[in-house]
Ligand binder design. Sequence first.
Ligand SMILES: *[C@@H]1O[C@H](CO)[C@@H](O)[C@H](O)[C@H]1NC(C)=O
Ligand SMILES: *[C@@H]1O[C@H](CO)[C@@H](O)[C@H](O)[C@H]1NC(C)=O
Length: 328
Amino acid sequence: MKFFLSALALVAPAQGYLRFGCGTLSVQRLDPLVEPGAIPSAHLHQIVGGNAFNATMDPSRDIGNEATCTTCSFSEDFSNYWTAVLYFKAQNGSYIRVPQYPNALLGDLQGGMTIYYIQESFSTNGNQKITAFPPGFRMTVGNPGNGDGANPGLRYTCLQNVMTRFPETAEFPKAPCPAGIMAIHHFPACWDGKNLDSANHQDHMYNTVKGAFQPAGACPASHPVRVPQVAYETMWDTTKFNDKSLWPTDGSQPFVWSYEDSTGYGTHGDYLFGWKGDALQRAMDSTALLSTGLATQSVPQANACKIQPSVVEEIDGWLSSLPGRSAM
Ligand SMILES: *[C@@H]1O[C@H](CO)[C@@H](O)[C@H](O)[C@H]1NC(C)=O
Ligand SMILES: *[C@@H]1O[C@H](CO)[C@@H](O)[C@H](O)[C@H]1NC(C)=O
């Protein structure tokens, strides 16, 4: 299995899923999904996608129509995708932000993530109807407060080189990783078919994901609509922190998410649908993905898309506490 996936990643995949890079749009403390209107939100995020991203993004809006640029290589994808930010914690208690690798899928997108919309698996679309999300749709996966590592779709890979995909772990790697750490977020693939959101941003979805891009299980009657299985891969370049003499003397590992999580169990991701018109549905109805006629843009065009930050604060250099958190 390991060989199969690594080998596949080296060649352009023929069909079965959308896989594309989105560069960094913004790194700031905003969370229009969990903390709408809060400027700033509780913790720092790295955000990719369309420039309609803001502190408030009401579900009645269609950001696919409002946004005017995107950091994604598919130029009709104005969705927003975000996760927490990784920091290194030094022995003296100071923090410094871990850089993200440039996304090399299509050239050098600045930072960002690789985004997937899986129909069934890497090798087949399956025989199921995949329903694209409607405008206004949003969801989260994972819980910063009480993650337990039980969701097989929330994982880390200790990169021996940039192609490493296995093994996956539920917690942060315990030893230095020669080529960095990949954080993986798979979202649920079953929707109730009615609600754009729910109070905890998760109950309108049902998770049958088995992890590692295996085909998800059947959707239950409560959540009968099969939607694309969205996944994020974020490559954190931890390599300049690999000197073991910089690591905690108690044998623990030094990386911490921006909401102060050094186990990694609270890892979470946020998704806000924003493809223009029926572009995503057309892609999902096609059998030869990646050559569906979806519009693309160049790397310089994607990198040029930015937003004016609403929250201006120091997030780089040595910090005595994580942005928004008091010193511990
Ligand atoms: C974000 O919202 C603020 C008001 O809170 C507004 O001034 C600003 O133009 C908005 N930015 C974008 C990109 O829509
Ligand atoms: C804390 O440690 C880091 C890494 O050794 C160092 O660069 C930084 O200057 C230190 N900060 C303080 C406040 O001592």
